[in-house]
Design a protein around this ligand. Structure first.
Ligand SMILES: [Cu+2]
Length: 410
């Protein structure tokens, strides 16, 4: 190795050290902080915890279903969707009711003081401020102890999505869908006959390190929204499945989030086409890729997908990686004139731009977000902590928060 290369490596190590040391120590003052946002100030609380959830339904692939020792925000995989309008200021509180250190990384923020909470020890809480400047849908996830173990906390379910509505946005029926991998020490594998157990599994480092997820969860459970597949030979996947309902021809907007931690999502609607507004391309939100068939969503990212389903009938949103479909990454969409404005499967409704302007809650379920009274631009009363129905322990495994305050509260 020549001297120039060694010098380059040394400089690289030094730069990485300079960049990451303050990051681990909390929130240094950011230059970005000077450019304050001008919209409404909103408050949201996320509660970190460790709890057991169902990650697979009782079906032929997993008789009796599968339980997992998860890590969660507000009790569910995924954590609740957090919705704000572009230009809003968000005061985020992370309360740690678990036994180990947790933290938060909001990809909608830019600069360590905006995006990161820093460590929050067990039993403690921390509040910090995010300025939502870029429109789109973005991942939030636990950063564990200064990134040490972040892979495990994400794989265990500590993630969700934040939607930042742009100023000009066509009204649409909107849905929140998060895919995520499970590496389960108690899962014997698909089609092996050894995949039923009463014991809740835990994070399997070996499976994770070799990219072998057992399940790809759709909003916290494999095949959560797919009753069955097969016509000549029917395979029942989830007897309790709800399906997404839309009206033929209506504009729908899907906030699709891929926390990974490792794999890409090849998002596709079977029998559909879609327009893509990828919030990860800064400033490009308003220039959609139109009429595409399949769109890549990398781990650590979210994408806004718009679609209309012109003809009544059944469509299916999938990760078109077939290994992921069989492991749970799919959801049925029924286009029917019977669809209504608010018949979303539990936990998938997203507070709209106008709902937020009217002062409605910025999230669903427990600890719904609020606008502090007297906030300029916040013309409504605080909605306060809502029902605690989002706190599901060993229930259907996530995304189960109840829609609250869907009408104007002001
Ligand atoms: Cu964590």
């Amino acid at each position: 190795m020549n001297k120039a290369i060694i010098a380059g490596l040394a400089a690289g190590v030094l730069i990485v050290g300079l960049v990451f040391s303050p990051l681990f120590n909390g929130n240094p003052l950011s230059a970005v902080d000077a450019q304050r946002s001008t919209g409404t100030t909103r408050q949201v609380t996320l509660i970190a915890n460790e709890n057991e959830v169902m990650v697979a339904p009782d079906n032929a692939l997993h008789p009796g279903g599968l339980k997992y020792n998860a890590m969660t925000f507000n009790g569910t995989i995924p954590g609740p969707v957090v919705a704000v309008n572009q230009g809003d200021t968000v005061e985020i509180t992370l309360k740690n009711e678990g036994k180990v250190i947790h933290s938060l990384d909001f990809h909608a923020g830019i600069g360590p003081s905006n995006a990161l909470s820093g460590n929050v020890a067990a039993g403690e809480e921390k509040t910090w401020t995010l300025h939502a400047k870029t429109a789109g849908v973005f991942l939030y996830h636990c950063g564990a102890d200064g990134l040490n173990g972040v892979w495990e906390h994400i794989a265990n379910g500590m993630y969700g999505g934040i939607v930042v509505h742009p100023a000009k946005e066509k009204p649409a029926k909107e849905f929140y869908v998060v895919f995520g991998e499970i590496y389960n020490s108690e899962d014997g594998g698909l089609f092996t006959g050894d995949n039923s157990t009463d014991t809740a599994g835990s994070f399997d480092l070996g499976k994770f390190a070799t990219d072998q997820p057992d399940l790809i969860l759709t909003n916290g459970m494999a095949h959560k929204y797919v009753p069955s597949i097969g016509q000549a030979v029917k395979l029942e996947l989830n007897k309790d499945a709800e399906v997404f309902k839309v009206k033929p021809g209506e504009l729908t907007r899907w906030y699709i989030v891929n926390p990974g931690p490792n794999g890409y999502v090849a998002f596709h609607f079977i029998a559909g086409m879609m327009d893509v507004r990828d919030g990860s391309v800064r400033g490009n939100y308003g220039k959609p890729v139109t009429q595409d068939e399949t769109w890549t969503i990398p781990p650590g990212s979210g994408t806004v997908i718009e679609a209309t389903f012109p003809e009544a009938g059944l469509y299916v949103g999938v990760d078109h990686n077939m290994n992921h479909v069989v492991r749970g990454a799919a959801f049925a969409v029924l286009a029917t004139e019977d669809a209504t404005e608010d018949d979303h499967p539990e936990g998938t409704w997203v507070p709209s731009r106008s709902h937020l302007i009217e002062g409605g809650s910025m999230t669903t379920g427990a600890y719904a977000g609020t606008v502090p009274e007297g906030t300029p631009g916040g013309n409504a009363t605080s909605t306060g902590p809502a029902s605690s129905t989002g706190q599901n322990t060993t229930s259907s495994g996530g995304g189960n928060s109840t829609r609250t305050n869907s009408t104007t509260t002001g």
